[in-house]
Design a protein around this ligand. Structure first.
Ligand code: ADP
Ligand code: FBP
Length: 308
């Protein structure tokens, strides 16, 4: 079974304003509310592609109830830990450009923390855990490292999609997959990543530090998969980007859902990239048929200079 963990879920409030003016009253052209948070997005896409999964994490208040009802209606399985404060609301402002304002998130108590850890400690070697998104301010900043270490010791496959320096502490515990985008990867090494070759160079550094597979997504510019021996690149499909929120999460879901079924890393990479683009081209997260329609446009190539 695949478990996703969202420490800091959100309602993603998508607001479209035409001709946005600062310092004056703007009226919305369109609005939509979706459950958000990276692990929850991964769970929603996994459910849509028929991969059994369960969403873990913290949920609370009226915002939390909205998320639970929404997920229930989509038949996403959940085992959330309930907290006292409201789950946050993240604003995604579309004004021709995409501006995001993400909330801080509620307080998580020590008791909440221990309840979640106990659930995670029940996972076993046939399971995969996806740790995705930011760590709430009231939380131990090394949480992902702690969980990766504990899970890896029991043979659980660990997937981590987060940013910041804590990622370097995670990789030494041999996670199965990490998926930074090229900005996040660049920030880790204090460099600008502009080309697929740059991305491959720094992805190899993460492999040398312990990660087993690294996907670097570069939005419309393609993606790199670095394994322990080989480097693959993917060209992304061309299309009209409608809402790229959750595109990276869809890459993770498509990859891990396909890999769990086939054990084929290249097919999984291809499916992940098609899922990312299918989400970028739609208002909400992608549907299975949208992913599969894009598959013929995703071309995977192996780069020649592989590491040993
Ligand atoms: N302009 C685009 N055209 C086609 N696909 C895109 C575009 N932007 C994003 N995607 C898809 O979404 C995936 C993730 O996007 P990216 O912005 O790199 O990650 P994140 O959402 O984590 O920041 C890409 O690998 C690609 O499949
Ligand atoms: O936990 P963070 O880093 O604040 O991010 C949460 C946000 O990321 C998302 O999961 C989208 O992530 P991506 O666009 O990177 O795939 C939103 O649903 C949510 O609002």
């Amino acid at each position: 079974m695949i478990y996703t963990v969202t420490l800091n879920p959100s309602i993603d409030y998508i607001v479209e304003v035409e001709d946005f003016q600062i310092n004056s009253l703007n009226r919305m052209k369109q609005e939509a509310k979706f459950p958000g948070g990276k692990g929850i997005n991964v769970s929603r896409v996994l459910s849509r592609i028929g991969s059994g999964n369960k969403a873990l994490g913290f949920i609370g208040g009226f915002t939390g109830s909205f998320i639970e009802s929404f997920l229930q209606a989509e038949n996403v399985h959940m085992d959330f830990t309930h907290i006292a404060e409201d789950t946050r609301i993240n604003i995604k402002l579309k004004t021709g450009k995409e501006t995001e304002i993400n909330g801080l998130g509620p307080k998580i108590t020590e008791e909440n923390y221990q309840e979640l850890l106990a659930k995670i400690d029940r996972l076993a070697s046939q399971d995969t855990i996806v740790l995705a998104g930011s760590v709430p301010p009231s939380f131990p900043p090394n949480f992902y490292e702690t969980v990766t270490k504990r899970c890896a010791q029991r043979g659980v496959k660990v997937v981590v999609d987060t940013s910041g320096p804590s990622l370097m502490d995670v990789v030494k515990h041999r996670p199965f997959l990490i998926k930074p985008n090229h900005h996040e990867l660049g920030d880790l090494f204090s460099v600008e990543i502009e080309t697929v070759k740059d991305a491959a160079f720094y992805a190899k550094k993460l492999i040398e530090a312990g990660a087993r597979n690294v996907i670097v997504s570069m939005a419309g510019e393609g993606a790199v998969l670095q394994t322990e021996g080989k480097t693959y690149t993917a060209g992304v499909p061309r299309g009209n980007v409608v809402n790229s929120v959750g595109a990276g999460d869809s890459v993770v879901a498509g990859f891990i859902g396909k890999y769990t079924k086939t054990n084929d890393i290249i097919q999984a990479f291809k499916y992940g990239i098609a899922a990312g683009s299918a989400t970028a081209f739609s208002t909400d997260l992608c549907q299975k048929q949208e992913i599969e329609a894009l598959l013929p446009q995703v071309h995977i190539q192996q780069l020649e200079e592989d590491i040993k």
